[in-house]
Ligand binder design. Structure first.
Ligand code: SAM
Ligand code: SF4
Length: 340
């Protein structure tokens, strides 16, 4: 099959599927506000609708799907959706979670057919966790990570958003923690996405600064060759340990970006920063055939010119993408709606 290419020759391979916009944490870089405008429940796609869309996406070349949110484990009966998606011809079926509810669900996720798990873990310190998330759930996250390992998720990844003055002193302990439990840590530069209304450039710890600090402690760091279009660059430490960095702010990877995002209510966005998306729920519920859906997806992808992170990096003065009142009017701009 010829890959479906966008305007810049980037294939459609990767779908991030948000299953809910709700969350049980309030991370300061994602959901800092006091209250939120949620997607209406009746707009949220059913598992059958999601599975049908995924079948059309896979026919067009998508072979990697990642479930996300909001917090995906807040969606009731999620293993049922995973069991449906596990029947699709996917090279990779993964999920990103904050880990709070993992102890309850890890085993069911595994037996439903989920391939891989990424748990967000920004700190090893319960007090910093409480400050960052406005919730007191650090111990539950650590227990969740243990439960994921016990359930057999071998290729565990830990995602850490690094913020100057908050958790940037924890780079070394986090790498050591990852090594101890057999998980790879990926440090993410703090992004100026929708939801990050308190973002400031001087809060971003750059890829270069992270590498410097880690090299000071561990010794010379070697860059590992890239294997696919994944955003994380991977590095090896002198002792053989590895870690990743996602440098979306200082080194955007738009040139190879093969991913699109579907919100829980069926809006399809071609970029994390895109202002407008395609309303797939409307098409689905108006009785579109698979061929109609495939036609709409293919037409949108062929015209795709988005390279949002590069455009942001080119701005002379960088401020948060959107202020809180605009996010309330356009909740689809929110990171917790778009799925990160
Ligand atoms: N609730 C789940 C979780 O936190 O893992 C999944 C959804 S969350 C939106 C997906 C990822 O986006 C998380 O790893 C989170 O740390 C990351 N994220 C959210 N806001 C971010 C920001 N402003 N900069 C960088 N990463 C961010
Ligand atoms: Fe934090 Fe994820 Fe919830 Fe955003 S969606 S507030 S990153 S746990």
């Amino acid at each position: 099959m010829h890959p479906l290419l966008d305007h810049f020759g980037r294939p459609l391979r990767n779908l991030r599927l948000s299953v809910t916009d709700r969350c049980n944490l309030r991370c300061s870089y994602c959901m800092p506000e006091a209250d939120y405008v949620w997607l209406p429940k009746s707009d949220v796609l059913t598992f059958e609708e999601i599975d049908r869309l995924v079948s059309v996406f896979t026919a067009l070349g998508v072979d990697k799907v990642r479930l996300t949110g909001g917090e995906p484990l807040l969606r009731a009966d999620l293993p049922e959706l995973i069991a449906l998606l596990a029947q699709r011809p996917l090279r990779d079926l993964a999920m990103t979670t904050n880990g709070v509810l993992l102890t309850q669900h890890a085993a069911a996720l595994r037996s439903a057919g989920l391939h891989r798990l990424t748990v967000s873990l920004d700190t090893l310190d319960p007090a910093t966790f409480a400050l960052l998330t406005r919730r007191d759930d650090h111990a539950r996250v650590l227990a969740g990570i243990e439960a994921a390992r016990a359930a057999g998720f071998g290729e565990l990844k830990l995602d850490t958003v690094v913020i100057a003055g908050v958790n940037d002193h924890e780079l070394v302990p986090l790498v050591e923690f990852g090594a101890r439990i057999g998980a790879e840590v990926r440090f993410i530069e703090y992004m100026d996405v929708g939801g990050a209304t308190r973002w400031r450039l001087d809060r971003v710890v750059s890829r270069q600064q992270m590498l410097q600090r880690l090299a000071q402690h561990f010794g010379p760091i070697r860059e590992l060759p890239r294997t696919d279009a994944a955003p994380a660059e991977r590095f090896a430490l002198p002792d053989g340990g590895t870690f990743g960095i996602i440098a979306s702010v200082t080194q955007p990877f738009c040139a190879t970006c093969d991913r699109a995002r579907l919100t829980a209510d069926g809006m399809w966005f071609l970029c994390l920063y895109a202002e407008r998306g395609t309303d797939l729920r409307r098409l689905l519920r108006a009785g579109a055939s698979d061929a109609d859906l495939a036609g709409a997806l293919a037409a949108a992808w062929r015209q795709r010119q988005e390279r949002g992170a590069e455009v942001r990096a080119g701005l002379r003065e960088r401020t948060p993408l959107a202020a809180a009142d605009r996010l309330r009017q356009q909740p689809h701009l929110e990171m917790h709606t778009r799925g990160g």
